[in-house]
Ligand binder design. Structure first.
Ligand code: TK8
Length: 334
């Protein structure tokens, strides 16, 4: 009996090894561009993706990371993918709105209460339906990574309430929901590519910006920003994209391997982001940032002030989508 089991196991090992060899992989270089530094949660996860994919494909599919927007900023990379000039990227869903405006749904303020709600919506049918819309635009959406809850920094003054934002020149992502939202808070919202942000802060072209604390740390914004306000106004996803032009030329085995590595990279990235996020605030304080935590009451006031921005998004053909999201959230919260 024991012998038979051993034989069966041996046969199974041989056949799975044979199917790995038989898998249809070609040697390919995948240019994977991203906006943050190599030593950031984006960089760590891009490296993980490349290693995981190499393992799965016996080194045939080689993803090569390009950090710090060296292949272009988020908008430029999206367009390069559509044109077929670049294979893969990870970008903020917020900059996708120029291509598919439904993605603005993720930019509405105070939607998710915690990361678990975000995971459930993004990985569930709601998030998948949005991803499916990209196909017709020349993009293949693979998975969502966590960028995270966004917080405010600036070089002018501590911001403890909305009124403190008056006259603050605040860089926002190139996205109408953000522009409307921050103008409604009283700030002077200035859309700008992330790749130009550090210099703009340093030269005081803008006074402030908003991003998750991981990014504030990995992008060294503490060198040019004194004040940090914990607002968590939006939970911001990143999305891993492939060029559809390129994707359509891949074998089924190659697509499968990339999809599996993308899912593995998502799980790695979310854990890495959450682990480092738990430490980042202390690091930022050590670097000299002055931290203000907004009270729930002030956050409620901000949410109220942003209602017209939400209503405008709804009225621009997205009423159904907003309702869908609310219904999905209600299900999760039950
Ligand atoms: C990096 C950006 C960044 C985003 C932003 O390329 O633009 O503020 O939060 O992470 O995608």
């Amino acid at each position: 009996m024991k012998k038979l089991v051993k034989l069966l196991i041996a046969a199974a090992v041989v056949s799975s090894a044979a199917s790995a060899i038989a898998a249809d992989y070609q040697t390919r270089i995948i240019r994977f561009g991203y906006g943050l530094a190599e030593d950031s949660n984006q960089g760590h996860a891009a490296k993980f993706f490349a290693e995981d994919l190499a393992k799965r494909t016996g080194g045939k599919l080689k993803a090569k990371g390009f950090a710090s927007a060296s292949l272009g900023n988020d908008n430029q990379m999206q367009n390069a993918l559509i044109g077929g000039a670049q294979e893969m990227t990870v970008v903020s869903t917020a900059t996708l709105v120029g291509i598919e405006d439904s993605f603005g749904i993720y930019d509405l303020p105070f939607v998710f209460r915690n990361e678990q709600e975000a995971d459930a919506i993004l990985d569930g049918s709601f998030g998948k339906k949005l991803i499916a819309k990209l196909d017709a635009k020349g993009l293949v959406g693979l998975v969502y990574w966590e960028n995270g809850f966004r917080n405010l920094t600036n070089s002018k003054r501590p911001i403890a309430k909305m009124e403190d934002m008056q006259g603050v020149k605040l860089r926002v992502m190139q996205n109408p929901v953000y522009i409307d939202m921050f103008n409604s808070f009283g700030a002077n919202a200035i859309p700008l590519a992330f790749s130009e942000l550090f210099t703009a802060l340093e030269s005081r072209t803008v006074d402030g910006q908003e991003n998750p604390i991981n990014t504030i740390q990995s992008s060294k914004f503490y060198e040019v920003q004194k004040y940090l306000s914990i607002t968590k106004h939006v939970y911001s996803p990143w999305i891993v994209l492939a060029s559809k032009k390129w994707w359509d030329g891949l074998s089924a085995d190659e697509k499968k391997a990339i999809q599996e590595s993308a899912v593995a990279s998502r799980d790695f990235e979310r854990k890495d982001s959450r682990d480092s996020g738990a430490k980042a605030l202390d690091v930022l304080k050590l670097k000299g940032m002055q931290v203000t935590v907004l009270t729930p009451k002030e956050l409620d006031r901000m949410q109220d002030a942003a209602r017209p921005a939400v209503a405008k998004f709804s009225a621009n053909g997205h009423a159904e989508l907003v309702k869908d999201l609310q219904a999905e959230l209600a299900k999760i919260r039950k």
